[in-house]
Design a protein around this ligand. Structure first.
Ligand SMILES: Cc1cc2nc3c(=O)[nH]c(=O)nc-3n(C[C@H](O)[C@H](O)[C@H](O)COP(=O)(O)O)c2cc1C
Length: 186
């Protein structure tokens, strides 16, 4: 097994060139999603793959400023779910957790296939629902921007975004978020 390779290789790149989107690719990603774990096997996740050029273009208007780069996407995947479709145990609502896990599987598989699959929160869920016909009772929790990494920096990127193309944004050290056997103040 070499899951570690995909984990290490995955990056939220923003300089993208086009990639051919096929039904095989979508089925491949869908099959990875469906193998993910979920509470009571409820499988609350829903994914809408947008790759038809005219629909893709209409999705440009949902993007927040700062996500201009996503206009170079060859595919935008809308990730949505609703809380009634998954376990609710007292104050614990599992629909976002389970959908997040499944989305991570999809992103890792896309990475393995040599693609960039970059999740974003900077978009209008309301406009997304309207354009794609997603009912109001679904929470559109992310869009995943798909393309191929370009070696040329996208000129629309901010200085910070340009830096992030070159060096992975820094992370907490393990000892800042891991506890051994008992919680303790950091
Ligand atoms: C839930 C979520 C929302 C994000 N939203 C955006 C976004 O709106 N725009 C963007 O450019 N990147 C977005 N990102 C990407 C992060 O900025 C990126 O993952 C982080 O800086 C770490 O970089 P790396 O993934 O390349 O290691 C988002 C990532 C996640 C998981």
């Amino acid at each position: 097994m070499d899951v570690i390779d995909a984990i290490k290789k995955r990056r939220a790149y923003r300089s993208l060139i086009p990639v051919n989107i096929t039904e095989d690719l979508i089925n491949d990603l869908g099959n990875c999603i469906r193998l993910s774990a979920s509470c009571f096997n409820n499988q609350p996740w829903r994914y809408l793959f947008v790759y038809k050029p005219d629909v893709l273009r209409s999705m440009h208007e949902v993007l927040s400023s700062g996500n201009e780069w996503a206009k170079s996407a060859s595919m935008i995947i809308a990730v949505f779910c609703k809380k009634e479709d998954d376990c609710i145990i007292h104050d614990r609502e599992y629909y976002l957790f389970d959908t997040g896990m499944a989305t991570a599987f999809m992103i890792l598989r896309a990475t393995e296939l040599g693609l960039v699959a970059h999740p974003i929160a900077g978009y209008s869920p309301k406009k997304t629902r309207k354009i794609l016909g997603i009912p109001d009772n679904y929470n559109v929790i992310a869009l995943v921007i798909v393309g191929k990494k370009s070696d040329k920096i996208n000129p629309v990127l901010s200085e910070k975004q340009v830096q992030a193309e070159k060096i992975r944004p820094s992370r907490l050290n393990i000892d800042e978020f891991i506890y051994y056997n008992r919680f303790s103040k950091k």
